[in-house]
Design a protein. Structure first.
Length: 119
């Protein structure tokens, strides 16, 4: 029995591969975004993510912090925080987005923070 691939011209196979890769990329890019404003469910902490990779946050004690973030793979996020006169601090976390909730898990600190989207 002959397979359909053997009879398909090489250009056609390449076109099918390109379309499949484009659809896969579109599916990943069109997933839920974290861009926007979020408030902690168990306090007053807030975090804002901009689409240019910048974040601004205020913790429950009112201490502001800002820097850049990078999404890493399917469920990772890396924060880079610059303190005046010091080297940048890098923090890795796991991120889960479910509807209007965002959960950050910080493995090294055994900490979990859950946020809800705010306007």
């Amino acid at each position: 029995m002959k397979t359909i691939c053997r009879h398909m011209p090489c250009r056609c196979r390449r076109l099918i591969a390109l379309v499949a890769m484009a659809l896969a990329a579109y599916g990943c890019a069109s997933g839920p975004t974290i861009v926007g404003n979020w408030q902690a469910l168990d306090g007053t902490a807030t975090v804002s993510f901009a689409d240019d990779g910048v974040f601004h946050a205020v913790d429950n004690q009112g201490m502001p912090v800002s820097g850049v973030y990078r999404l890493m793979g399917a469920d990772g996020i890396q924060f880079e925080i610059r303190h005046s006169g010091e080297e940048a601090e890098t923090i890795d976390a796991r991120i889960i987005r479910a509807g209007e909730r965002l959960t950050l898990t910080f493995p090294g600190e055994n900490a979990v923070e859950t946020y809800e989207r705010i306007p």
